[in-house]
Design a binder for this molecule. Structure first.
Ligand SMILES: [Zn+2]
Length: 75
């Protein structure tokens, strides 16, 4: 559903229909389908970070939220 593998620096929000620049990253894991330390990463704009975090939190998925800019030195 969400294809990453693009440059995170130019990525947009993962919320469907949103084309805002992402400024947050959500690294999460579904224990039922992701084994070991495989994580998925969603990106979110300021408006949707709470929505996506709630979406994952209600499913009890392990989740970390961090500012996207913290991952790159060239922001
Ligand atoms: Zn958004």
């Amino acid at each position: 559903m969400i294809g990453l593998g693009t440059d995170l620096e130019t990525a947009t929000c993962s919320r469907a229909g949103c084309r805002s620049d992402a400024i947050w990253r959500l690294d999460w894991r579904n224990p039922r389908i992701h084994t070991g330390d495989r994580f998925k990463t969603w990106l979110a704009c300021d408006l949707h970070v709470d929505y996506l975090r709630e979406f994952l939190a209600t499913r009890d998925f392990p989740l970390t939220v961090a500012p996207l800019s913290a991952e790159t030195d060239q922001a």
